[in-house]
Design a protein around this ligand. Structure first.
Ligand SMILES: Nc1nc2c(ncn2[C@@H]2O[C@H](COP(=O)(O)OP(=O)(O)OP(=O)(O)O)[C@@H](O)[C@H]2O)c(=O)[nH]1
Ligand SMILES: [Mg+2]
Length: 413
């Protein structure tokens, strides 16, 4: 099948270099979705035109470009309003889509689990719902007459009803799956392992790193959004301590809010983590911009105040001399693919856990020896004395045990 050809369009309202980088990324997204770029049109404008997105003069140029390149469609780097989409389609006579539609399309193609598929469908419906209602308003504002008669408005009304009904169904299913996951999470908390979430820009090498560290065998590809579903694997640290590593969906510049909402429970995995492992593709010339997108998305998800270890990855390809992430508590340079720098990364993880440990001093009744076992397994025992009233224990323990100790202490003291 021949690839669909698209003209990329964007207004330049800020730094031109950033817009060009964003369009380069849009071209990669189109490529991942199975199409190709055949040209681009940019226009310096402070705000998008409410009706045409580009200025009306530029539309003529766009029309010529479509004809010349024999393009199948136009893709806008910003999310188009229903009105813009409607007028552009009418004016140009080709398919008009936007960045959000492309990303949703990729997610739909890559979703493999039941939960992933439901989350994507919900995100797509949210997008459609907002655009259907916009279209309805636009038609009713015209106050009847040619173009508004016939099945139009009733069709929109029934579409809206169907979409709402299906969205309700999907949200319920997501909530049910979320409660199953919560149970899993509680079990893990009971196991008291330190949880590390691998986060980063899409294609940074997160899955490759999880595979290199744990032999997880998850899919890693030179593709945007290869991973949609979280995978958790255990990693044994040299001191005998075990941590859990979770690989999850990548972030991107202008990640559609519908996806953030629908994938909230998946993205939440990072909220329950003790440590954030931030993977940066150091061979990407835009890594600094991507770094910012990752931190912005994390704070949008309410994930702040956790220790961050930054792993500058793909250093086998990187040419830049200075790699620094000032927001990280520790940083290392690695190549996940060539398994370079992994020992330093593991040391950074161990050190971070040690930094997070607290000293507990307690007298444990003999009927609570299971707790002593957990302290021995997860922490470092400094002093252990067997007295008549119980076991006197002094130990450095990770946050999870300290938390348990806190509640336990209240119960028993
Ligand atoms: N040269 C080089 N390539 C790497 C390295 N690490 C990962 N890659 C490649 O980068 C591409 C993306 O890797 P993934 O591990 O799928 O990236 P990801 O961050 O999981 O991406 P998404 O799940 O799509 O967000 C793959 O083609 C990897 O082989 C590295 O250290 N050096
Ligand atoms: Mg991945």
């Amino acid at each position: 099948m021949e690839k669909e050809k698209y003209i990329l369009i964007s207004i330049i309202s800020s730094d031109e270099q950033e817009i060009i980088a964003s369009l380069d990324e849009l071209a990669r997204l189109i490529d991942t979705a199975g199409g190709m770029e055949c040209g681009r049109i940019m226009q310096r404008l402070p705000h998008p035109d409410p009706k045409y997105y580009l200025g009306s003069g530029k539309i003529e140029e766009l029309r010529l470009e479509i004809e010349m390149k024999d393009a199948d469609g136009v893709v806008c780097d910003d999310e188009l309003s229903p009105v813009q989409m409607y007028t552009l389609t009418k004016e140009l006579g080709v398919k008009v889509i936007d960045r959000t539609i492309v990303i949703l399309d990729i997610f739909a193609a890559h979703a493999s689990t039941k939960e992933g598929k439901i989350q994507v469908e919900l995100a797509q419906l949210k997008y459609r719902a907002s655009h259907v209602s916009g279209l309805g308003k636009m038609l009713s504002r015209q106050g009847g007459g040619i173009g508004t008669r016939g099945p139009g408005e009733t069709k929109l009304e029934s579409d809206r009803r169907m979409i709402r009904h299906r969205m309700g169904q999907l949200s319920r299913q997501i909530r049910e799956m979320e409660s199953v996951r919560q149970t899993g999470r509680k079990k893990r908390i009971r196991n008291l392992a330190t949880v590390i979430a691998i986060v980063g820009y899409t294609n940074a090498g997160k899955s490759t790193l999880l595979n290199a560290l744990t032999g997880a065998g998850v899919l890693a590809e030179d593709k945007l959004f290869a991973t949609l579903d979280p995978t958790t694997r255990a990693l044994d640290l040299p001191e005998g301590m075990q941590v859990l590593l979770t690989d999850t969906v990548g972030f991107i510049h202008k990640l559609p809010h519908q996806l953030i909402e629908a994938f909230h429970s998946t993205l939440e995995e990072a909220q329950y983590a003790d440590i954030i492992l931030h993977v940066i593709d150091a061979s990407d010339t835009d890594w600094e911009l991507h770094r910012k997108v990752v931190y912005d998305t994390l704070s949008e998800l309410g994930i702040t105040g956790k220790p961050v270890i930054t792993a500058f990855n793909k250093t086998d390809l990187a040419t830049e001399e200075i790699l620094r992430d000032t927001a990280a508590s520790k940083q290392v340079t690695i190549s996940a693919k060539n398994k370079y720098g992994l020992d330093e990364l593991i040391t950074a993880i161990s050190d971070t856990i040690k930094d997070m440990q607290t000293l507990i001093k307690m007298l444990i009744p003999y009927q609570e020896t299971a707790f002593v076992g957990r302290v021995r397994q997860m922490g470092q025992v400094i002093k252990e004395e067997y007295l008549e009233e119980g076991i006197r224990l002094e130990a450095y323990v990770p946050p999870s045990i300290a938390k348990e100790y806190g509640t336990w202490h209240r119960n028993f003291s």
